[in-house]
Design a protein around this ligand. Sequence first.
Ligand code: CMP
Length: 139
Amino acid sequence: AIERTFSIIKPDATRRNLTGAVNAVIEKAGLRIVAQKRILLTTAQAETFYAVHRARPFFGDLVAFMTTGPVVVQVLEGEGAIAAYRDVMGATNPANAAEGTIRKLFAESIEANSVHGSDSAENAAVEIAQFFAQNEIVG
Ligand code: CMP
């Protein structure tokens, strides 16, 4: 089925001017960027976004990292987009990421891992709604 997933190009990637390079991998994988904007996350937005990780030891560092610079939030559309994007991103830890994946190509560390992608259809809907109005998504 055609799905939509939510993506963030993280501050480590925008800092190194890799937005276009990441987008090229996304598009080459057959995913369509149907919404996109470059923003600075507030601490409150980052805490809300990562609320599921609130109890984890890395939560504070993660929120701090995500507010160190611009991010690019995106909606990606395509056949099986949620799983397809997770394949294209590669493993959370770039040390474990497969060749050709975004994290293998670009990530600096398990935290500064260049991209986020939704892990389920339910979370994709919640994450998209945090950042985009319906009329900002043009399929
Ligand atoms: P993401 O897919 O955005 O989901 C949660 C984020 O937390 C993850 O990517 C990493 O940026 C970060 N993260 C996950 N595990 C760790 C960890 N063990 N140490 C530090 N950061 C982590």
